[in-house]
Write a protein that binds this ligand. Sequence first.
Ligand SMILES: NC(=O)c1ccc[n+]([C@@H]2O[C@H](COP(=O)([O-])OP(=O)(O)OC[C@H]3O[C@@H](n4cnc5c(N)ncnc54)[C@H](OP(=O)(O)O)[C@@H]3O)[C@@H](O)[C@H]2O)c1
Length: 304
Amino acid sequence: MVQIAHKNKLTINAKTGIIGLLGYPVEHSSSPLFQNRAIETMGINAVYLAFSVKPENFEEAFKGLSALGAIGANFTLPHKQSAYKLCDECSPEARVIEAVNTVKFKNGKAYGYNTDAYGIKAAINEHGKKFTKAKVVILGAGGVARAIVTQAILDGASEVYIVNRTVSKAEKLLESILNNCRNLDEKERLHPIPPCHAVGYDQIANALNEANILINATSIGLKKTDAMLFDPKLIESSTFAYDTIYNPPQTRFLIAAKQRGCRKTSNGLSMLLYQGAKAFELWFDRKAPVELMRQQLMHPRAFS
Ligand SMILES: NC(=O)c1ccc[n+]([C@@H]2O[C@H](COP(=O)([O-])OP(=O)(O)OC[C@H]3O[C@@H](n4cnc5c(N)ncnc54)[C@H](OP(=O)(O)O)[C@@H]3O)[C@@H](O)[C@H]2O)c1
């Protein structure tokens, strides 16, 4: 068992800053553990607390945190879209995604960000991959897919495919993202919008042909009994395969990619890690202790 020491112990006093995590439910979240470990280790006088907030109470809770002088907050399901609507200003990616998972309160204003988008970018960078000039295939058209498609387009992918069981959902998602991208000003949109396609699994062969990056952003794989959504023989060995699911750490999708000869694969723990690290940096204006946060996520019981 890995044992990891941390030297600073938080003392709560009259100056302790608050970061809130608002979700419903929220009890399952690992963010309080790894954020508090990072805060403590960096010797910051702050505390990260989870609050279970029903949707009908969300606006009051958001404004309450601001009124209390909180440093910032994270939002998880089902509050990311509501948080977006309540922010005074939002970063470009949050405006395209129309969802905010991180807010910083400053001078009475709420600044919104979507660090899930940064999270996937940093996660693939870790494997020497980037969206720029890549053919990117995203399976799924839910909230997580929305952040990934946005980051792929903003980073200058050469072509983007969204493959989803319900094609109309993929089409709607793509239309909304493209409209929002067109509304960014020139300084915010550094790359031309690439060809993008929303298709069903009947067209996945086209999508996977010479794909550089393939990302599973569906919930298929959460259960060990989940079947593959398509014929794994279509995965090419040169494709980098990333599964946003991290529990279980090995999904059928990742096993299939490895069996097809993909040398580079990864589960979604790194995306979770980097979205949290970016939020930490936004709140505290300093580098996050990424490796410590990773260890805390990987070995939650190893810290004394
Ligand atoms: N690594 C991270 O940081 C992180 C963070 C959050 C979530 N996640 C993971 O991301 C995944 C997606 O989350 P989300 O919030 O985007 O979920 P979501 O909004 O509920 O979307 C789920 C997606 O899965 C598809 N799907 C569900 N059942 C299916 C089936 N039987 N066959 C084919 N497609 C199916 C849905 O297709 P339809 O549109 O056809 O229903 C939809 O595209 C989750 O598995 C979660 O574990 C990772």
